[in-house]
Ligand binder design. Structure first.
Ligand code: NAD
Ligand code: LMR
Length: 329
């Protein structure tokens, strides 16, 4: 059976994440091995030539699933008919720069892109914001797209989720594939809270397996939360291949579903669950099925977790207030 190609728009296509991302989308890792794709690469004018070079290389791969590539610096063209939009293009944080400084620099990008999505994307559009500060950029884009259901705007915390699984596997000697139900709560920032109290390692409670609250508080949480900064320090540039991999994971899971008995972490508009103020885009434990996600309900939140979730949520509400003051939402 010939399937209709899915239109996938990638912004910042000429950047380092874009370069790690596009070949995997085109080879079927985003949506599945039997789903053809049309790629739309959205760049700023200075990025168009490099995007053309990447498109030449994509052609040279002769990917059977890749139907066509369009390159543009016009957001209305870039998002026309988009079914999936990966908003990667942003100003990356550089050495010594705080994420908060990025709010105003990036707000101007995400408001017009949200409007262009509103006016041009397909009815089933799914949006993943990768560009930082991802949660608040997603809020800005979502606010500019009143005709698109709010829940279609998501922010990436899957990289944090994957980092936390990897750290936990290293500490316990478990296989990555044995670790389930880990949660990232809050913001994709140093305040995020990787929660292992509901996680399982080969069916056993992860916090009980670790049984070391000092390691949790002083090593695990800061290592995961500050990993982005550590990569910048080491590479002199922010994470790229691992970020692209997480973007692939995020959309693949959203479209294709979580495994039975497991969940993932996504930055999504809060419905007020777990005391997170409605509307802010915060990371939650979610299950996905048939292209929709649901927050995992009924988890007991202990005091240790509560304080950390609240701290990250407080940062998100401050970011929301800041962009509101800037007239971006
Ligand atoms: P990069 O500088 O290599 O590439 C960014 C690209 O975006 C450039 O090619 C630039 O021309 C383009 N761009 C800028 N403004 C644009 C616009 N308005 N429309 C279209 N394209 C535009 O950066 P990168 O390393 O690819 O990182 C991209 C973003 O992802 C950064 O904000 C970075 O902080 C963020 N990031 C997020 C996570 C996460 O886990 N959420 C992880 C890593 C990086
Ligand atoms: C990451 O988590 O690797 C990035 O978000 C770091 C950054 O601030 O760009």
């Amino acid at each position: 059976m010939t399937r209709t190609p899915v239109n996938v728009t990638v912004t910042g296509a000429a950047g380092q994440i874009g370069y790690a991302l596009l070949f995997r989308i085109a080879s079927g890792h985003l949506l599945g091995p039997d789903v053809p794709v049309n790629l739309r690469l959205l760049e700023i004018p200075q990025g168009l030539k490099a995007a053309e070079g990447t498109a030449m290389e994509l052609d040279d791969c002769a990917f059977p699933l890749l139907r066509n590539i369009e390159i543009t610096d016009d957001a209305n063209v870039g998002f026309a008919g988009a079914n999936v939009a990966l908003l990667v293009g942003a100003r990356p944080r550089t050495k010594g720069m705080e994420r908060g400084d990025l709010l105003s620099a990036n707000g101007g990008i995400f408001k017009p892109q949200g409007k262009a999505i509103n006016d041009n994307a397909a009815d089933d559009i799914k949006v993943l914001v990768v560009g930082n500060p991802a949660n608040t950029n997603a809020l800005i884009a979502q606010a500019a797209a009143p005709d698109v259901p709010a829940e279609r705007f998501t922010a990436m915390t899957r990289l944090d989720h994957n980092r936390a699984i990897s750290q936990l596997a290293t500490r316990t000697g478990a296989a990555v594939s044995d670790i389930k139900r880990l949660t990232i709560w809050g913001n994709h920032s140093a305040t995020q809270y990787p929660d292992i109290f509901h996680a399982e390692i080969a069916g056993k409670n992860a916090a009980e397996v670790v049984n070391d609250e000092a390691w949790l508080a002083d090593t695990f949480i800061p290592t995961v939360a500050k990993r982005g900064a550590a990569i910048i320090e080491a590479r002199g540039a922010s994470s790229a291949a691992s970020a692209a991999n997480a973007a692939i994971d995020h959309v693949h899971t959203w479209v294709n579903g979580t495994a039975d008995g497991d969940w993932t972490s996504m930055g999504i508009p809060s419905d007020g669950s777990y005391g997170v103020p409605e509307g802010i885009i915060s990371s939650f434990p979610v299950t996905t099925k048939d292209g929709k996600y649901e927050i995992v309900q009924g988890l007991d939140i202990n005091e240790f977790s509560r304080a950390r979730i609240d701290a990250s949520v407080k940062e998100l509400t401050e970011e929301r207030d800041a962009v509101r003051e800037l007239g971006l939402i």
